[in-house]
Design a binder for this molecule. Structure first.
Ligand code: ADP
Ligand code: ADP
Ligand code: ZN
Length: 209
């Protein structure tokens, strides 16, 4: 099954994609993770992306489209995948339709006020990308899965968060209409607990955990 997770920053796309991918045994294709890895490695793509990411803006379509096209051509994507964070613009969605058949688009809906709180408290593992929130970490500073340190992302500061939310509403939210017209969109309330959200998505996908 080829699935897209759509939603504003902080909606829970990464958290849910990890769990659903584990349950369905398919890869999570997170463009944010791919770009952060490219920046860490200092590749050409990473260098191009950095100023946009730091400013809370989208990386240009042509940079990200090629990256995703290459990734989806790899062997592990044969039996399906979850796109987490792509497409984020209508041109990206149009480009995707030329090299992928999408079965389902899950839209995670959460209000802006809740998102600001989630993003400012988000902590991520430097090694495996697992995502946590300070409200449930009880002071822990290492990853439950791999033992490496947890950090706050550079772009999870108050100012950048606001521009990311604006960018979402202006450039990404139009995809809700785009995929509704194609009959692919399923909206899920993303402000319920992590377990309830997971169950709601599994229900839509017709899979049992
Ligand atoms: P996204 O990938 O959409 O930006 P994340 O999955 O990284 O979102 O989640 C953002 C923050 O919100 C993280 O700190 C995560 O632990 C927390 N979070 C995710 N889902 C929920 C939920 N259903 N309820 C409360 N907090 C959540
Ligand atoms: P979040 O999980 O908080 O929504 P991501 O990790 O998906 O954030 O993305 C972080 C940043 O990487 C974005 O703010 C944007 O600059 C860049 N990025 C990720 N995916 C895309 C994309 N599909 N198109 C353009 N830029 C992207
Ligand atoms: Zn980890």
């Amino acid at each position: 099954m080829n699935i897209i997770f759509l939603g504003p920053p902080g909606a829970g796309k990464g958290t849910q994609a990890q769990r659903i991918c584990d349950a369905l045994n398919i890869p999570q294709i997170s463009t944010g993770d791919m770009l952060r890895r490219a920046m860490k490695e200092g590749t050409e793509t990473g260098l191009k992306a950095k100023s946009y990411i730091d400013a809370g803006q989208l990386v240009p379509d042509e940079v990200i489209i090629d990256l995703v096209k290459e990734r989806l051509a790899q062997d592990d994507c044969k039996n399906g995948y979850i796109l987490d964070g792509f497409p984020r613009t209508v041109p990206q969605a149009e480009a995707l339709s030329a090299f992928a058949d999408i079965d389902s688009v899950i839209e995670l809906a959460v209000e802006d006020q809740v998102l600001v709180d989630r993003l400012s408290g988000r902590r991520v593992c430097v090694n495996c990308g697992a995502t946590y929130h300070i409200s449930t970490l009880n002071g822990k500073t290492v990853c439950e899965k791999c033992g490496e340190s947890l950090i706050q992302r550079n772009d999870d500061n108050a100012e950048t968060v606001l521009s990311r939310l604006q960018v979402y509403h202006a450039q990404t939210a139009p995809l809700i209409g785009y995929y509704t017209e194609k009959g692919l969109l399923h909206a899920v309330k993303g402000d319920q607990g992590i377990d309830n959200t997971f169950a709601a998505i599994m229900d839509i996908l017709g899979a049992k955990a």
